[in-house]
Design a protein around this ligand. Structure first.
Ligand SMILES: [Zn+2]
Ligand SMILES: [Zn+2]
Length: 95
């Protein structure tokens, strides 16, 4: 089950949407350094060369030098902070 919710950065007050989890067709990975979102589709991985065994390997490296991982938290797009408050009243669930 994937979820899109609204986050409010505690450090700079920026409001941004946070996507976590994934659905039946994709996984959402985040860069462990800058928090950039990378979506990998199951179908992409199935068609990729066999050296890619996991979503992390397939997603590769972010342009900032960090790695995309499933456990990295989303970050504020403005200041990069992971210190945010979630507004669950605006949660949007999808598949
Ligand atoms: Zn911020
Ligand atoms: Zn990055």
């Amino acid at each position: 089950m994937g979820c899109i919710s609204e986050g409010i950065c505690r450090d700079c007050g920026t409001i941004y949407s946070i996507k976590t989890g994934g659905g039946f067709i994709n996984h959402d990975l985040h860069c462990d350094k800058c928090g950039k979102l990378k979506t990998v589709y199951f179908m992409e991985l199935r068609e990729a060369p066999s050296k890619y065994r996991s979503f992390e390997e397939y997603a590769g490296k972010c342009e900032c030098g960090g790695n995309y991982t499933m456990d990295a938290p989303p970050r504020c797009p403005n200041c990069g902070s992971t210190n945010f408050e979630r507004d669950h009243t605006k949660d949007l669930m999808y598949d």
